[in-house]
Design a protein around this ligand. Structure first.
Ligand SMILES: *Cc1c(COP(=O)(O)O)cnc(C)c1O
Length: 401
């Protein structure tokens, strides 16, 4: 047995089968490249679903983590620690808000946003107890907890996990009239991804986010933007909402906030909204821990230079242009691109997206398929233009008839 086969056999024997990974076993990684246990190199065109926006082993992030590892890593929130206030201040400033509630994973931050919106509904808006309604979009992806899968429209994510949490209503994504029709006196929030990543990088019609902002303001409803995958440079702006000059009431952040080093997520909002929480009403043992704060502070410092947003815009224009050329050859049915982020619908004549991903892997490029026919491209924002071009060359070769 090869080292690859041994690793995969052990994973399949003793790890639950809740994923179907490509048959590559990564041992080390740097920048946009990963190396497997046999010493083969692969270009990472997924970047941990945008958790690795700043690349594998980013020097500044590793140095920040190492320095903090030697000082203190965990206090629990029973005590203050010296990175927490700084982290909350800096993250609130990045978002143009007043307050931060840190958690660990994206799903926990979404749960936090849901609890916050409900509490705001009862305490501030005056919704009768137990009647708060949150409007969500079809084809959403917000995580995997029981409440979150309750409002998923993906049968694979939802089936066999009931009974489901009530209090959510689904409307078609991108349809303002449907959203307007669904808002009633008990509606406390609208929860949306500004771009639906998991669904295949679906970009809503221009003006949609601004329309959601206008409607929610008019009807005294909170606009919660799930920017876990879309924020922190990926689309060429700090937040995907920036493309329509929209500021939601709550930003939900995760993934790249931890720099691919540690899980860090957060809800960021005004004091009026996050101020509804009182001691003991919500929390997390690891949320806002010193190591997480140290890494996230360095992530915020990287974003403040604007360098990564600029790279994502510049390389993204190139990526979009090249993919449109490829679409002209008939190998691709549709391309959606914003910044360094693309959803590509593969023409059925070229095989399923999984088959295309496997053929790319054989040529040293790692991507992820989604929903049968779509592959998603989201390389680390540190990727060089030469490496991106090399990756695209492999895609062209794999799709060439
Ligand atoms: C990844 C993701 C989540 C869930 O984050 P986890 O850290 O996996 O819990 C939620 N929303 C969006 C848009 C995501 O991309």
């Amino acid at each position: 047995m090869t080292a690859t086969e041994r690793s995969i056999a052990a994973a399949e024997a003793h790890g639950a089968h809740n994923y179907h990974p490509l048959p590559v076993v990564v041992a080390t990684a740097e920048g946009a490249w990963m190396t497997d246990v046999e010493g083969r190199r692969y270009l990472d065109m997924l970047a941990g679903y945008s958790a690795l926006n700043f690349g594998h082993g980013n020097r500044r992030l590793l140095d920040a983590a190492k320095a903090q590892l030697e000082r203190v890593t965990l206090t629990s929130r029973a005590f203050h620690h010296d990175r927490y206030g700084e982290f909350c201040t800096e993250l609130a400033a990045l978002c143009g808000k007043d307050m931060v509630l840190p958690m660990n994973t994206g799903a926990e931050a979404i749960e936090t946003a849901v609890k916050t919106a409900r509490k705001w509904g009862y305490r501030v808006k005056g919704v009768p107890d137990g009647h708060a309604k949150i409007i969500v979009a079809a084809n959403n992806f917000h995580g995997r907890t029981t409440t979150i899968v309750s409002f998923s429209t993906d049968p694979e994510a939802r089936a066999d996990h009931g009974p489901y949490t009530p209090g959510f209503e689904t409307v078609p994504y991108g349809d303002l009239a449907a959203l307007e029709g669904a808002i009633d006196a008990h509606t406390v929030a609208v929860l949306l991804e500004p771009i639906q990543g998991e669904a295949g990088v679906l970009i809503p019609p221009s003006g949609y986010l601004a329309g959601v902002r206008r409607l929610t303001t008019e009807r005294n409803v909170l606009f919660i933007a799930d920017e876990i995958q879309s924020a922190l440079g990926r689309t060429g702006r700090t937040f995907a909402c920036d493309h329509e000059d929209v500021v939601p009431d709550m930003y939900v952040l995760g993934k790249a906030l931890g720099g691919g080093v540690v899980p860090v997520s957060a809800v960021v909002a005004s004091a009026e909204v996050l101020g509804v929480h009182r001691p003991g009403e919500h929390g997390s043992t690891f949320g806002g821990n010193p190591l997480a704060c140290a890494v996230a502070l360095e992530v915020i410092a990287l974003l403040k230079t604007g360098e990564f947003q600029e790279r994502a815009t510049r390389l993204g224009e190139h990526l979009h242009h090249e993919l449109n050329v490829l679409a002209g050859t008939g190998a691709i049915d549709a391309v959606r691109c914003r910044g360094l982020w693309a959803g590509i619908d593969i023409a059925p004549s070229r095989g399923t997206a999984r088959e295309v991903s496997e053929r790319l892997m054989e040529r040293g490029v790692l991507v992820k398929d989604t929903h049968g026919a779509t592959i998603r491209i989201a390389p680390p924002l540190v990727i060089s233009k030469e490496d991106l071009d090399w990756g695209l060359e492999q895609l062209r070769a794999v799709l060439a008839g």
